[in-house]
Design a protein around this ligand. Structure first.
Ligand SMILES: Nc1ncnc2c1ncn2[C@@H]1O[C@H](COP(=O)(O)OP(=O)(O)OP(=O)(O)O)[C@@H](O)[C@H]1O
Ligand SMILES: [Mg+2]
Length: 429
């Protein structure tokens, strides 16, 4: 089409130039012939272009037609994105998974119009020319970051066909990153108290050697820092232990009211230091839950401890029980019976909305300084999440501005019950 336009334009320009130079009747005719010839030529060349496109398209269709229906269906249903390209690099087949990555409008488009990663395009060119298979790692940054491995291979029986298979490695990359972050965070958390302890040892060996008062003070601080390291190691070990067992569901029956009473009794001393009152609600007739007692005590100690730490000094921590229908559990995790809901509510400043989805990440703290001052390691809620997962339960966090925070744990009840009282939910982890 574009060629045709240029032919007509050139013809018209030549004719006008001739008219301008020699305005006689013979030359008028000559100009007319030139324009007509240009027009005819453009028509013919357009038709030739169309017919070569049609031939290529027919060839491509023939290649796809080589696929038996069964093979085509298998490729279509592959979970990994796959496309086939013809000799000109046009997409002649893309399965559903590929369309989910590059869009649905792929048919007969050149591969560079659907996959705009230069490294992959170069690999496709090289493989199509040489027949050498290639494997390339590449990433998309938008709309969400995704990482792929592309395998490019030319068909042996039909060398005009090149296959591009993508393998999504985003989850593996993220896990790798999380592991690296975890090691970096754990080392950092240990290094800080260790630096304080070694600093005080140097001071006590040096200029504070004979200072009785300073020695007492520094030894106290060293004790606090050593305690922090011990807590961190304990938390890391319990996180690892719970993670290792996460796939083994607990089988015991636990009186959850008693568990919560024991957990809060263990924290009465800390609560008194902050002048905080802990109130555990009544729950007559509440069914037992399926669970492991020690883990559930740890779970509620972590939640109640947070409520004391981040609640108001001189305030109140309330724990209430209710029954929820099993439909309150996430799809795929539904138990046949009801769920027991245990809510731990404080009257503190609450949690910014954007921080709520990150609370159960290891070492995540809204206010790092405040958490450290209270001896926090930032692992408490990560442990809570893993215990809840292992118990096939659910954790809900509600924190309307200025109204404190409520952490609700839903656990499968041992026997079905009829009473239904669903707690208000704003955020689900
Ligand atoms: N009840 C709460 N009110 C306000 N903020 C909270 C509450 N519970 C948790 N948080 C926030 O979530 C962060 C993570 O809590 P998490 O229990 O995991 O760690 P931590 O309390 O800092 O340390 P650790 O529990 O290991 O001693 C806390 O640092 C705090 O910022
Ligand atoms: Mg905590």
């Amino acid at each position: 089409m574009r060629n045709g336009f240029w032919c007509i334009a050139l013809g018209a320009v030549a004719a006008l130039a001739a008219l301008h130079a020699l305005p006689s009747i013979g030359l008028w005719i000559l100009a007319g012939v030139v324009v007509a010839a240009a027009f005819l030529f453009s028509l013919l060349s357009n038709r030739a272009g169309h017919s070569s496109d049609t031939v290529a398209a027919a060839q491509s269709d023939r290649m796809v037609g080589l696929l038996p229906p069964l093979a085509r269906e298998v490729l279509e249903r592959l979970p990994d994105p796959l496309m086939l390209l013809d000799t000109a690099g046009r997409v002649i087949f893309a399965n559903k998974a590929m369309m989910a990555v590059v869009g649905t409008d792929t048919h007969r488009k050149h591969v560079s119009a659907v996959l705009r990663t230069p490294a992959v395009l170069q690999a496709i060119d090289r493989t199509a020319a040489s027949g050498e298979p290639a494997s390339i790692d590449f990433s998309f940054r938008v709309p969400v970051e995704r990482h792929f491995q592309a395998y490019v291979t030319r068909m042996e029986q039909t060398p005009g066909l090149t296959a591009v298979l993508l393998h999504d490695v985003t989850a593996a990359k993220k896990a790798e990153q999380a592991r690296a972050d975890f090691v970096a965070n754990a080392s950092h958390e240990l290094r800080t108290p260790l630096a304080a302890v070694t600093g005080f040892i140097d001071t006590l060996k040096g200029h504070a050697r004979d200072d009785e008062g300073a020695r007492e003070k520094f030894l106290d601080i060293m004790g606090v820092e050593a305690d922090r390291m011990r807590r961190l190691i304990d938390d890391l070990l319990s996180l690892t232990r719970i993670e290792q067992n996460e796939h083994v569901p607990p089988s015991g029956e636990v009186d959850i009211v008693e568990v919560v009473r024991d957990a809060s009794a263990a924290l009465q001393g800390l609560a008194r230091l902050d002048d905080v009152t802990i109130s555990v609600g009544e729950a007559p007739g509440l069914p037992a839950v399926v669970g492991e007692r020690d883990e559930l005590i740890q779970l509620f100690q972590n939640l109640i401890h947070n409520a004391i730490k981040y609640g108001k000094a001189g305030g109140r921590v309330c724990i209430v029980f209710s029954l929820a229908p099993s439909s309150a559990a996430p799809a795929g995790r539904r138990s046949r019976g009801s769920l027991v809901a245990i809510s731990v509510k404080d009257d503190g400043e609450g949690i910014p909305r954007e921080a709520i989805p990150r609370l159960t990440e290891r070492f995540y703290r809204v206010d790092v300084k405040r958490s450290r001052e209270r001896g926090g390691t930032g692992l408490g809620l990560a442990i809570v999440k893993h215990i809840v997962n292992r118990h096939n339960g659910r954790l809900q966090i509600e924190s309307p501005p200025g109204e404190g925070s409520t952490f609700t744990v839903l656990l499968p009840a041992v026997s079905p019950a009829d009473t239904i009282a669903t707690p208000v939910v704003t955020e689900v982890l």
